[in-house]
Design a protein around this ligand. Sequence first.
Ligand code: PXP
Length: 260
Amino acid sequence: MKLGVNIDHIAVLREARKIADPNPLDALSIVKRAGGDQITIHLREDRRHIQDIDAINIIKHSPLPVNLECALASEIIDIVCELRPHRVTLVPEKREEVTTEGGLNILGEQSILKATIKRLQEKEIEVSLFIDPTLENVEKSKALSVEWIEFHTGKYANVYAMLFGNLSNTHHTIPELELSRKELAKILEEELTTLRILSSDAMKLKLKVAAGHGLNYQNVEAIAKIETIEELNIGQSIIARSIFSGLEQAILDMKGLFIR
Ligand code: PXP
């Protein structure tokens, strides 16, 4: 299981003051030293954390492959085609959200997806689609000829937080809030089964499978055990822990939980 460390939140702290520190560039060698496999950044349209200059420097200097998440906005895709990161993960984006709340609407955005994927692949950039875990999304992704899919694990993470406490780790609206522990445990098991089955289906279709969103030191182990998921992209929980333990230790702690 590979770990993509999402370093956006280093830039969140910097942007709180709009000064130079902390610089996400300084994280690159630490992520590598700690055994991280990939640097993940999200160049948002509103530039609330990673700025264009960060993306330029990170892609230029990273000792690890860079996975750049972005929306289907032509202004951003133009930049990304110039920057040519190793991989682009296409995600839905809303200005008012605090983070990516769900997967892409593949059916509704089929034609723009097709054109964008073509542009990126022509630049020899691997493309991944951030999708909610459904069979339809897997099959539609395959039809779009991408190399990767990334399953949104937000529902799993939310249900986990509701079942085992630590509601502060979730920020979504939770329609299941009134459910009993037994019902929540059932939903959690169903989510895991869905992720297990779909990642195996995707692998059979020769898609590479990543997963991410809301994964943390409490909930990651069950996901890390799914052998057909090749990579997890994790940001918030690692950067949060790094404030107290340092980034290297926070990554080592996370990788230590990837036991199959
Ligand atoms: N994967 C994707 C596609 C994301 O958009 C994000 C959030 O930026 C993550 C993974 C990481 O999520 P988290 O910060 O909750 O670990």
